[in-house]
Ligand binder design. Structure first.
Ligand code: XBP
Ligand code: MG
Length: 252
């Protein structure tokens, strides 16, 4: 079936954003007078819990159960503050798109393909990232955006990818997902999508065995990526033409 749709995860896939999230969480904890500090090793342990609110509740329950009654109802306010801190940092230029992302999106649109976002993060975070990194088109580049709280279950549940497919009005066999984590791969595979993985700084040792391709990044002409597993890419970068060949050749 011809390739017609690309569905992108956000955090760790469009850009390496998790350090900005981690910093924003810590700023929120300080602002609310909580003596909590998520350092990198702990954040790596917490990341498999999708969603900032769910992640905070998981941490509170597991590490500070004695404060559960006092803090639980503050989680929405803590998360809102965190989101404001995060979007502020993104709009101030904290990150840039990973290699090949803007190029592949441009190639896809030039060939009439549709683009979607399927993410666990807050919609405000997505819009800030797109506004800063794709200033000409931003959100309008995408035919569908499905963000964290718009589905009842977050990744690894497939709902966010299923919702994106519905909004794209495309069959699953004509689309490919891009992810950075095992949660994301499992969610995309659960929706029946093939997946190209570019691991994030926190997910390099995740299990990507269900993915069709694992590469360090999507690469650029003359700046080849590192091939890690699965599909091999001519000249070391993922082009729309090469992606179309792979997806039309292989099984769904
Ligand atoms: C990754 C996540 C998000 C972010 C934090 O989302 O699991 O929870 O870590 O963002 P993606 P929020 O699906 O884009 O990889 O605090 O807004 O959840
Ligand atoms: Mg991700």
């Amino acid at each position: 079936m011809p390739l017609q749709g690309l569905i992108f995860d956000v955090d760790g896939t469009l850009a390496e954003t998790e350090e900005v999230h981690r910093q924003a969480f810590n700023e929120a904890f300080a602002a609310f007078g909580l003596p909590w500090k998520w350092e990198r090793p702990l954040y790596k342990e917490l990341l498999p819990v999708s969603g900032g609110k769910e992640r905070i509740l998981h941490y509170l329950t597991k590490w500070h159960a004695q404060d559960l009654a006092a803090v639980r109802e503050k989680i929405p306010a803590i998360y809102d503050f965190k989101t404001q801190q995060y979007t502020g940092a993104i709009l101030a230029g904290a990150v840039e798109l990973k290699p090949g992302i803007a190029r592949l999106m441009g190639e896809a649109k030039a060939r009439g393909a549709r683009l979607a976002i399927a993410t666990t993060t807050h919609r405000d975070n997505v819009e800030a990232l797109l506004q800063h990194t794709l200033p000409e088109q931003g959100v309008s580049l995408f035919d569908a955006i499905v963000a964290g709280d718009e589905v009842s279950a977050k990744k690894p549940d497939p709902q966010v990818f299923e919702a994106a497919l519905r909004k794209l009005r495309l069959p699953v066999a004509s689309c490919v997902a891009f992810e950075d984590s095992a949660n994301g791969v499992n969610a995309a595979r659960g929706a029946g999508l093939r997946v190209v993985v570019t691991p994030g700084i926190y997910t390099a040792d995740d299990d990507f065995s269900a993915a069709s391709s694992v590469v360090s990044d999507l690469g650029e002409r003359g700046r080849p990526h590192q091939h890690l597993a699965g599909w091999k890419w001519p000249d070391g970068y993922v082009s729309f033409a090469a992606l179309r060949t792979k997806t039309e050749e292989g099984p769904a």
